[in-house]
Design a protein around this ligand. Structure first.
Ligand code: HEC
Length: 188
């Protein structure tokens, strides 16, 4: 009997068996997931490195989620104005440097103990996309430690942080101190 075309008419019993088997697999997978959650087998300790597979799944999910939300963000003009950049620099020192650090700052114990570790926003060659930075700062990233600032900062303040981050890649310790108002200019 051909498996496709108008002649294919498997008995109802076979169809039921296929459907029940599929349903059984779904139930078994769900039960397995719940059992795993109760088992304690997964080590949530921040000090235990993530497996490559887990890391890939989490980062892929995060990248896709952020990417899917950029369409509605309108980047305002004027992000290159020195006073906007300086306003963002001061906000950065107060709200972000504790985790993300900065040129000339000694990494904090908080940075050193976090998993995932906060990315270096100053690495030369990083291309900071303004809409992406706005999304990250305003809404944060669940279960990573990156806070969302939508309830504590206005959009204008968040855009000034974006303006500052636009100048971050390759920033010298002296310029970091100037833009943020930090008095620490020596290296680690
Ligand atoms: C409590 C620690 C913490 C604080 C405070 C914090 N962040 Fe983060 N941030 C993180 C972590 C951790 C990540 C990485 C998240 C991930 O890997 O998914 C991150 C990611 C980011 C990213 C995405 C960068 C990239 O290349 O992936 C940006 C942009 C960012 N933070 C900006 C800021 C700004 C601006 C502030 C202050 C307003 C701030 N963060 C405050 C921990 C922090």
């Amino acid at each position: 009997m051909p498996l496709t075309g108008p002649d294919w008419n498997p008995p109802l019993k076979t169809l039921f068996t296929v459907l029940l088997t599929m349903l059984g697999c779904v139930v078994a997978a769900a039960a397995g997931g719940v059992a795993y959650a109760y088992s304690g087998l997964y080590d949530v300790s921040a000090t235990t490195p993530d497996s490559a597979l887990f890391s890939w799944i989490v980062h892929k999910t995060s990248d896709s989620s952020v990417g899917a939300r950029l369409g509605v963000i309108q980047v305002p003009a004027g992000l290159d104005q020195p006073q906007k950049i300086a306003a963002g620099g001061h906000l950065f020192l107060q709200n972000c440097a504790v985790c993300h650090g900065g040129p000339g700052l000694t990494p904090t114990n908080i940075y050193l103990g976090m998993n995932p570790q906060p990315p270096d926003l100053y690495r030369a060659g990083r291309v900071p996309a303004s809409d992406e930075n706005f999304q990250f700062i305003k809404y944060g990233i669940k279960m990573s430690g990156m806070p969302g600032f939508s309830t504590t900062k206005t959009d204008d303040e968040i855009w000034s942080l974006v303006a500052f981050l636009g100048t971050a890649p390759g920033l010298s310790a002296a310029d970091f101190a100037k833009e943020t108002g930090s008095s620490v200019t020596v290296g680690k």
